[in-house]
Design a protein around this ligand. Structure first.
Ligand code: ZN
Ligand code: ZN
Ligand code: ZN
Ligand code: ZN
Length: 307
């Protein structure tokens, strides 16, 4: 899935440092050149084949469509971008009048901020989210579902605090707890046999330096449905794999595309039925996922990416 929100576009001519200014468009033409948009896919493939890894990456940054072609080209050819692309070289080349490469933290910074703070400035090992869109978003278009209604990009995962704060503003029934540095959110899924509440907690683990998500999934059913075939198939005695496939089947029946991942380190706990007299029956499953740290490829991230 290609969503390119918050990307910072760097004009092609700046990347390649073209000396001559691009020719002026005819007055009747729209301002932006659409030429690259129109190149047939086969030609794009040929151009990709002729370019070095670095040139191909820069070329791909020139428009949304080329970037999409680039992502699928890499996928087809089994190219893992980070392992083949010399990061430093790419970042150096991406420098332009707006962005400057910082040798201290090996990231791009806005030139205005760079000039202002050049002396005595101590860089964050992780740049601010607004400063590394160009790098992170360009590298990663894959997402992990945090809950049934929201997903996270690798870039957002690298900036947990900023991500949580922005989610708190936009995502319904969510809040960020400063003290515990934990994000909490509640959403629901509707299934013909049960109402499902998903209580999500996410945080960045200080010890393991990884991003962790916990979903407490509460199935609320009547006594009759609790005794039905569907819920007879699930119990706290099932293995982790059986629980995983029961959950996937359940979400599928509920027509939810919440993807809980295939990663073998994902951890499930069935709490069984909570039967209080006169009240609906509650069945609970906790799902815990570790989405990994800074480095890619990451098992925790890849094994949970939305297919
Ligand atoms: Zn820096
Ligand atoms: Zn990626
Ligand atoms: Zn949600
Ligand atoms: Zn980032």
């Amino acid at each position: 899935m290609l969503t390119m929100t918050r990307r910072t576009y760097i004009p092609f001519c700046n990347i390649l440092r073209v000396r001559d200014p691009p020719p002026r468009a005819e007055p009747a033409e729209p301002k932006k050149s659409k030429t690259l948009w129109k190149i047939p896919l086969e030609i794009v493939e040929i151009i990709f084949q002729l370019l070095s890894d670095l040139d191909r990456a820069c070329f791909a940054l020139s428009c949304k469509r080329l970037h999409a072609c680039y992502v699928s080209y890499n996928r087809q050819h089994g190219i893992c971008v980070l392992s083949t692309l010399p990061r430093t070289l790419l970042l150096r080349r991406l420098q332009n009048e707006r962005w400057v490469y910082c040798y201290r933290c090996q990231n791009l910074h806005r030139r205005s901020r760079w000039l202002f703070l050049r002396f005595g400035w101590i860089c964050d090992p992780k740049p601010a989210i607004s400063e590394c869109n160009a790098w992170c978003d360009f590298q990663h278009d894959d997402k992990v579902d945090i809950c049934p209604c929201s997903s996270i990009t690798f870039h957002q995962k690298q900036h947990p605090t900023e991500y949580f704060k922005s989610q708190q503003e936009t995502l319904r029934r969510s809040s960020y707890h400063k003290l515990s540095e934990t994000f909490i959110h509640l959403c629901t899924i509707q299934h013909p046999l049960a109402q499902v509440f998903v209580l999500t907690r996410a945080w960045s683990n200080k010890t393991s330096k990884t991003f962790q998500v916990e979903n407490l999934i509460v199935f609320r059913a009547s006594k009759e449905t609790a005794l039905s075939g569907l819920f007879q198939k699930i119990s706290s005695r099932l293995s982790r794999y059986e629980t995983e496939s029961w959950l996937k089947n359940f979400f599928n029946e509920a027509q939810s595309d919440f993807f809980i991942g295939d990663e073998s380190s994902n951890w499930y706990q069935c709490h069984g039925w909570n039967i209080a007299r006169g009240k609906p029956y509650d069945f609970k499953i906790t799902l815990f996922r570790d989405l990994g740290g800074d480095r890619r490829p990451s098992k925790g991230w890849d094994g949970n990416c939305h297919k």
